[in-house]
Write a protein that binds this ligand. Structure first.
Ligand code: PLP
Length: 497
């Protein structure tokens, strides 16, 4: 077949509101019709797929529907456009199998996360170490000049702000910018109900404090964020870990069973790009989760920190979008997408708004107004949406490369997640390899990884590690990643022979 002219779709505003009607989902159906044979291997890597025009004719849909479908498939790294040649199945890194769904015990546990976690976090900023241990993106991923300009503009325009006490829920301009931002997550929030916080971590802490007492049971994904376990421990809460699938997230059947059998006081979940699995719940499951918590009157603390990094539009839609009863407390921040150093987050706590606001006033008061104004400026700048898209593309290429290096260098039988966005990989080592021993061996070579036990209150995941590949990325980091695999291979060979 002669080469066809490239049909490069016009950029769409991003993040886009999630689809809401059958018409809007047509492009997703078309995308899925192409995605299925790619995932099954029926369409091979590098194989040409129909042009936009051909597919529109075949499927009896408009050109723009196909353009949108192809854009979705590109975002999911399933296809790629080649200039002047057309669209092809993407040449992806060799695939390793994904980890099994988790199966934590059915009862709750007090939390006692070891000092190991603190060590891993402190090494993340130690220049003597190459760190894959923390989920911290590095500066070069962000529009640093744009951030600097926004801060100096705010300093110029709002000179008086530094000498004013910042009392109240946060600067109105930022709260309005957050409400606008939330439209991209499918949520219509009233800016008056939004509270500005010190990152997402504080938002989650405040929500938990508002709805629980020491000794209460909190249901959460398994494995879960180390930061969540630290909060639970500090508040003397019990963790009830729920089976979680590495791609589709929290098992809602298991959560329903937990509601029936355990005194669950709150659910704390990351429905999009959970940490460390990188799982994202399908849209129908999000709707069901909103219904389940409403029926039981149990608060869901929803962490949307990573939603803007999700490759597929429908995975960016928050559970909060389906909340009609105020049972979802949505928490977010811009630490992973705009500027980690500005350290601002937000929460809309539904029916617990007043309690959360009071706790915030007592706990930490207001914020540096200047930074709030700079963030509001950044969120409302015209190029803001396309910066997210750029970030997703950069990270996707990085993760793909890292998965390729893992496939080449880790021992046979290794499993690794294939997250649809974000920069966190969860690795299951074969043959019961001890990740704490691997951690120690890597540390001796000034490489830091996060051992799996950090991510559970149950002592599970000893054979797993988490790698964050959002930090610096250069030859030394590639070599370090290969080296982790070599060390693991040597350990595997020793234990086999
Ligand atoms: C799932 C999750 N929630 C919250 C946080 C903390 O966010 P912030 O830095 O905005 O406080 C992290 C940080 O890694 C995280 O992974």
């Amino acid at each position: 077949m002669p080469p066809q002219p490239a049909l490069l779709p016009a950029p769409l505003p991003s993040p886009r509101p999630a689809p809401t009607s059958a018409n809007d989902t047509l492009y997703l159906q078309i995308a899925e019709r192409i995605a299925q044979p790619i995932r099954a291997g029926t369409l091979a890597r590098g194989e040409r797929i129909p042009s936009v025009r051909e597919l529109a004719r075949q499927q009896g849909v408009s050109l723009s529907t196909v353009v949108q479908a192809y854009r979705t498939l590109e975002d999911a790294r399933l296809i790629e456009a080649r200039p002047r040649s057309g669209y092809f199945v993407a040449a992806r890194a060799p695939r390793l199998p994904e980890p099994e769904p988790s199966l934590p015990p059915p009862d709750s546990r007090p939390v006692d996360v070891s000092s190991l976690g603190e060590q891993v976090m402190s090494l993340a900023t130690d220049p003597r170490y190459i760190s894959f241990g923390a989920a911290c993106p590095s500066g070069e991923l962000f529009a640093q000049d744009r951030v600097r300009r926004a801060v100096s503009r705010a300093a110029q325009r709002h000179r008086a702000s530094l000498c004013r006490y910042p009392i109240g829920p946060g600067h109105e301009l930022l709260r309005r910018a957050v409400a606008r931002h939330a439209l991209g997550l499918g949520c219509q929030l009233d800016a008056r109900n939004i509270l500005v916080t010190n990152g997402c971590q504080e938002a989650i802490s405040l929500c938990l404090r508002a709805v629980t007492q020491p000794g209460d049971v909190v249901a959460l994904e398994s494995p879960t964020s180390f930061g969540f376990l630290e909060i639970l421990e500090s508040m003397h809460l019990r963790a009830l870990e729920i089976p979680t699938h590495p791609r589709t997230g929290l098992s809602l059947d298991a959560l329903q069973l937990a509601f029936d059998t355990q005194p669950v006081k709150a659910v704390l979940a990351v429905p999009t790009l959970s940490n460390p699995l990188g799982a994202s719940m399908p849209l129908a499951e999000r709707r069901r989760l909103a219904q389940m918590v409403a029926e039981r009157g149990i608060p869901l603390i929803e962490d949307v920190l990573y939603n803007d990094l999700a490759e597929q539009d429908d995975r960016r839609r928050a559970v909060k979008a389906f909340d009609t009863s105020g049972h979802v407390m949505i928490c977010g921040s811009f630490s992973k997408t705009v500027a980690p150093g500005i350290r601002l987050g937000w929460v809309e706590a539904g029916r617990w708004g007043a309690q959360v606001r009071r706790l915030k006033a007592v706990h930490s008061g207001g914020h540096t107004e200047l930074l709030e104004l700079a963030m509001a400026d950044l969120l409302t700048q015209p190029g803001h949406g396309s910066a997210y898209r750029q970030l997703r593309t950069t990270i996707a290429a990085r993760v793909d490369e890292a998965r390729g290096l893992i496939a080449e260098s880790f021992p046979r039988g290794t499993r690794v997640t294939d997250p649809a966005g974000g920069f966190i990989l969860w690795i299951e080592l074969p043959g019961g390899l001890d990740s704490t021993a691997l951690f120690e061996a890597c540390l001796a070579e000034r490489i830091c990884i996060a051992p799996g036990t950090m991510f559970s209150a149950t002592g599970r995941y000893r054979h797993c590690i988490r790698l964050g590949v959002g930090g610096r990325w250069d030859e030394a980091h590639r070599a370090a990643l290969r080296r982790i695999g070599e060390i693991a291979r040597t350990m595997a060979e020793r234990s086999a022979g």
